[in-house]
Ligand binder design. Structure first.
Ligand code: NMX
Ligand code: MLT
Length: 447
């Protein structure tokens, strides 16, 4: 057994009694209450999922296994001369909670390289998509087509023990993670850059550098990729993509079904697709301005016009965060170092100075601050990826590390089939004591 899997197994064995004890001894303890506004309002804030992979504090932002993003970026080992750490090291951290050594990373890199061969039929699936298809739809289908490779399904049919579900799931998850960047680069090259990209990986490169190579991009795009995949990897369990992955996998659907579903959830403009929306919105502003950089008044007008036409400001607001997203800040610092004079970056910075006050004055958004998506497209644009429909695919590669780590642990800890209870509007009215009021109004109307 490889070092990572051995360590993971040890961690799983240590953890299982904690979960079992919570259920057995404290199963009836009340830890939260549910309000009507939460039931109707997307279950916002209800504590009803458990994960140890990451935790999102509203004021501090995300921590992976207890580490803030600056700590993760500082402490994970880096390839020689690189600014950003190995993405492979992040997988190790998410799964085990430990920062890997250089040797452990090297072993994992070899393992990933051995797993990344993509079956030919996946290229055929991608090639057969009609023109005008969104890259997220293609990615979802490409991942889905790999389902026939599922190790978990083969083992399940043989009748493996529940205690070993995690092992077969680990094999599937690691196989899929190793292939996702190749599949994604192929989608990009096929749709937008048939002459510049590479179809086959370079065996000498780590995951981030190989992705840059396959996209046909020079340095520092390798660091951009590493940073991008790392900061998008996880955002605790309740966000749409992570939750969808977990939900689908809870029925023991294999990770190909679950990851394809997670990709579909990420493809909504209120979630991961917001990064392409930000670029579209910024391009709209630029087009309006002609060659001139907007004044503060012009920026404010553009923001208000967007709000007054009933649209959201993409890249701003969050369901949990109540401050500037640290993922925004990490990217901003990279931009300040590598592309301080980039025109779009200046637009993003100028908007940061006006949008929060306007959203506060508008009075709806609970969080007026920028999220990860406000900054991420600008970076891609700068390094030549101007086809903004593709940006959410990059988010999906990153998110697969977190979602798949979670699913492995879900299986290890025997988490149940997810099945919350729904009620009807009549029942809800009765619960809050307005059913009689409504009945008498109805009687008045019919009499
Ligand atoms: N611009 C305008 N209105 C907003 C914004 C915004 N950026 N953010 C929230 N609101 C509105 C929201 O539409 C809602 O209006 P209504 O009462 O008419 O339904 C009201 O403010 C209250 O919403 P919140 O409770 O603050 O936010 P919620 O938790 O429901 O939604 C988002 C969170 C992220 C969906 C929301 O802030 C939004 O739509 N942001 C813009 C899209 C975006 O950037 N999404 C990416 C999020 C990060 N990610 O990668 O997933
Ligand atoms: C995410 O990364 O999943 C988004 O910020 C959305 C969320 O956390 O709800």
């Amino acid at each position: 057994m490889k070092t990572l899997k051995q360590k993971l197994f040890k961690k799983i064995e240590e953890h299982r009694p904690r979960t079992a004890r919570l259920v057995k001894e404290f199963g009836n303890e009340v830890i939260d209450e549910v309000k009507v506004s939460q039931v109707i309002g997307g279950m916002r804030g209800i504590k009803s999922l458990v994960t140890d992979i990451s935790y999102l504090d509203p004021m501090e932002g995300i921590r992976y296994r207890g580490f803030t993003l600056p700590e993760v970026l500082k402490q994970l080992p880096k390839p020689e001369g690189a600014e950003m750490p190995y993405v492979e090291g992040l997988y190790y951290l998410l799964l085990t909670g430990e920062i890997p050594t250089q040797n452990e990373i090297e072993e994992l890199m070899v393992d990933f390289k051995n797993r990344r061969i993509v079956p030919h039929y996946v290229w055929d699936v991608i090639d057969s998509f009609p023109s005008g298809s969104h890259p997220m739809a293609i990615l979802s289908a490409a991942v889905m087509s790999l389902e026939r490779e599922s190790h978990f399904n083969t083992e399940y049919k043989k009748g493996i023990s529940k205690m070993d579900y995690w092992d077969a799931t680990y094999e599937d998850a690691t196989n899929l993670i190793a292939k996702m960047p190749l599949i994604s680069a192929y989608i990009y090259n096929k749709l937008y850059s048939p002459e510049n990209g590479h179809r086959y990986p370079d065996p000498s490169l780590d995951l981030g550098a190989n992705f840059a190579y396959m996209m046909g991009k020079e340095q520092p795009y390798d660091d951009v990729s590493r940073m991008y995949f790392i900061i998008h990897a996880d955002h605790e369990s309740g966000n749409v993509s992570a939750h969808t992955g977990h939900l689908v996998a809870s029925s023991l659907s294999d990770v190909y079904y679950a990851t394809s579903a997670m990709i579909n959830g990420l493809a909504g403009p209120l979630h991961g697709l917001a990064n392409q929306e930000v670029l579209r919105w910024l391009q709209g502003l630029k087009a309006k301005m002609g060659n001139k950089f907007p004044s503060e008044e012009e920026l404010k007008k553009y923001v208000w016009d967007t709000l007054n036409s009933g649209q959201v400001i993409p890249g701003y607001g969050h369901a949990v965060l109540r401050k500037t997203d640290p993922r925004y800040t990490v990217q901003r610092e990279f931009c300040l170092k590598h592309m301080p004079n980039d025109e779009l970056f200046k637009y993003v910075d100028a908007l940061y100075n006006v949008v929060p006050d306007i959203l506060r004055e508008h009075g709806k958004a609970k969080n007026p601050w920028p999220n990860v998506d406000a900054q991420s497209g600008v970076l891609q644009w700068h390094y030549g990826i101007k086809e903004y429909d593709f940006y959410t695919v990059l988010f999906a590669i990153g998110r697969s590390f977190g979602v798949l780590s979670n699913i492995i642990w879900d299986r290890a800890l025997g988490y149940s089939l997810e099945r919350p209870k729904s009620i009807t509007t009549d029942m809800l009215e009765k619960m809050v004591g307005i059913d009689n009021e409504i009945k008498s109004k109805e009687e008045l109307v019919t009499s």
